[in-house]
Design a protein. Structure first.
Length: 133
């Protein structure tokens, strides 16, 4: 009952029950779409996937995922996609299918890249070391 701010349930078995709100959840996975090294820089385009609601349903429009490159000074990282919010760091919007893409440019000719993504709200998170194909 949302007016009375009350939940009522018939319990037929004793147990531990949790009441919680719907939120983004899941383990984010990363796939390399493209990898190039030119002009002393490495540019990597990645596809992230796995963002769903904690009840298995699709995420709502405008769900944000923060993206970072751990261990690298943020001043050296350039993201090719427009930032999706005014929050610090870089955010991308997740599509209803739970996927998103991001392009990262770093100085140097890299053979691998650590990438981290986590949902703005909820518990969706994924960190991986991706390597040049």
């Amino acid at each position: 009952n949302t007016t009375a701010n009350r939940v009522t349930a018939t319990v037929s078995e004793m147990g531990l029950y949790t009441l919680g709100t719907r939120m983004p959840a899941g383990k984010l996975t990363w796939q390399v779409v493209s990898w190039s090294g030119a002009g002393g820089n490495t540019t990597v385009t990645l596809r992230g996937a796995g963002v769903r609601m904690n009840d298995g349903s699709p995420v709502p429009p405008d769900t944000l995922v923060h993206v970072a490159v751990p261990g690298v000074d943020p001043a050296l990282v350039t993201f090719g996609s427009a930032d999706a919010s005014s929050l610090p760091g870089h955010q991308v919007i997740v599509a209803a299918d739970g996927q998103f893409s991001v392009t990262v440019t770093l100085p140097g000719n890299l053979a691998s890249l650590d990438i981290l993504g986590f949902s703005d709200l909820g518990t969706a998170v994924g960190e991986a070391k991706v390597t040049r194909p």
